[in-house]
Write a protein that binds this ligand. Structure first.
Ligand SMILES: [Zn+2]
Length: 429
């Protein structure tokens, strides 16, 4: 895990500006970030400098008396950054960006709905919309600060973009990525049918997803486990880079030969996951650590009931989630390769995993290696970490292909005879 708290504000700003740009969340000229130092200085990205090649020397320092230090001029949006810090003393870092999905919402002057999945709902909090004004103007600053004053931590700007404020840049970034993800998922789901919101009861039910998670104490670490920890980190970074995971979503687990298993902690930043962050969960329920965490109970039950399953992935990839938040099934009989990897995907109700994690583990078999949980996630099993990763990737690409096909014409799945021929040719019966 990376500890940004020890990093100089200029280095933090460079790190997150690069991350936002590389993630496709802003353009070279658009967006600006700032950090409020304990002494009242505001460190902010410069105006008109290429965001793709920013260095610490480019970052500007604005002292409380208004004097600036640095080789450029501060971002033209400095006025609204200052206004937000004045209005909300709890906010110490601000991200402003023009990310594609959030721009789409700002153009139709709508706030993305965060009630489609619990993790997004709890990460995003209250989201507002500020009235349009000229960039850099005092009026824009007033409009944005007003919304932050009402308790919003994220504010969309009409015909412009988004502003996120939080206790530090790392947390602000996690919120920003979550809201962009929510927007993207809502856009994709709209190609299928009207997405379904979670009720307040369902959201309350899922509150414990992040709670009470600690690993069993370990005296020794076997080489098998060291190997598995390394592989989980490598696949987690890969899944993040491939947009299968977001910074706070997506979990790999791996069974160990002694009956224990390894899994990723719920809230760690997926981009910076390290071997030491991985949780070791003992084989008996008393050792499970996460007594409230339904995903831990679920993974444990899968390994107990299915000796052939070695790995489980829990993910919320944007194209797959379009099918999870609507009443549409995710078709696997698209191309032979998809059917070979995915076989059949069972769609199960939201409550299944939250209330009955052990029973949910029973639905898996060689013909059903994957389940799609309504308004929650996709559960993918595999005979290895690689196999589970591959299935997740194939599922996400299939989902994307189906969504694209929707705009072209009627999807023609491969028929029963063709499926039968695939099963014979690849000895799947
Ligand atoms: Zn802007």
């Amino acid at each position: 895990m990376k500890h940004f708290g020890y990093m100089h504000p200029a280095d933090q700003l460079v790190t997150f500006m690069q991350r936002i740009y590389q993630r496709g969340l802003t353009t070279t000229s658009g967006g600006n970030l700032s950090v409020l130092d304990d002494n009242g200085d505001v460190w902010i990205t410069p105006s008109g400098i290429d965001k793709g090649s920013l260095t610490r020397r480019d970052i500007m320092r604005v002292l409380p008396d208004g004097k600036t230090e640095g080789i450029h001029t501060p971002s033209v949006e400095l006025p609204f950054h200052k206004k937000i810090y004045e209005k909300r003393p709890d906010i110490k870092a601000i991200i402003h960006a023009h990310s594609p999905a959030l721009i789409a919402f700002s153009l139709v002057r709508r706030v993305p709905d965060t009630r489609f999945t619990p993790d997004i709902h709890f990460t995003c909090g209250k989201v507002g919309m500020a009235a349009y004004a000229v960039p850099g103007s005092r009026e824009l600053g007033d409009n944005i600060a007003e919304k932050f004053g009402e308790g919003c931590d994220m504010v969309l700007l009409e015909n412009h973009g988004v502003v996120v404020g939080s206790v530090d840049l790392s947390h602000a970034y996690a919120m920003f990525e979550a809201l962009e993800f929510a927007a993207r998922t809502e856009i994709e789901a709209g190609k299928l049918s009207r997405p379904v919101e979670l009720t307040k009861e369902q959201l309350d039910m899922a509150k414990w997803e992040q709670a009470d998670l600690s690993a069993a104490p370990q005296k020794t670490i076997s080489s098998e486990e060291r190997d598995a920890r390394r592989n989980i980190c490598a696949f987690t970074h890969r899944a993040y880079d491939q947009f299968l995971f977001t910074c706070t979503q997506g979990t790999f687990s791996q069974r160990l030969t002694d009956g224990a298993f390894l899994t990723a902690p719920p809230s760690a930043d997926r981009k910076y996951m390290e071997e030491a962050d991985i949780l070791h969960i003992g084989k008996s329920p008393a050792e499970s650590g996460g007594s409230q965490n339904y995903f831990i109970k679920f993974i444990q039950a899968v390994y107990q009931k299915h000796p052939d399953i070695q790995s489980v992935v829990i993910a919320r990839s944007p194209n797959i989630m379009a099918f999870a938040i609507t009443h549409n099934e995710l078709e696997t009989k698209t191309i032979p390769e998809s059917y070979l990897q995915l076989r059949n995907i069972r769609k199960i109700p939201f409550e299944a995993i939250v209330k009955h994690p052990e029973e949910t583990a029973e639905i898996f078999c060689s013909k059903v290696p994957i389940a799609l949980v309504e308004n929650n996630c996709i559960l993918v099993t595999g005979d290895s970490l690689m196999n589970a990763y591959d299935r997740l990737e194939v599922a996400e690409y299939s989902a994307r292909a189906i969504l694209s096909a929707k705009t072209l014409g009627n999807l023609v799945p491969i028929n029963d005879q063709q499926v039968h021929d695939i099963e014979v040719a690849f000895h799947m019966k």
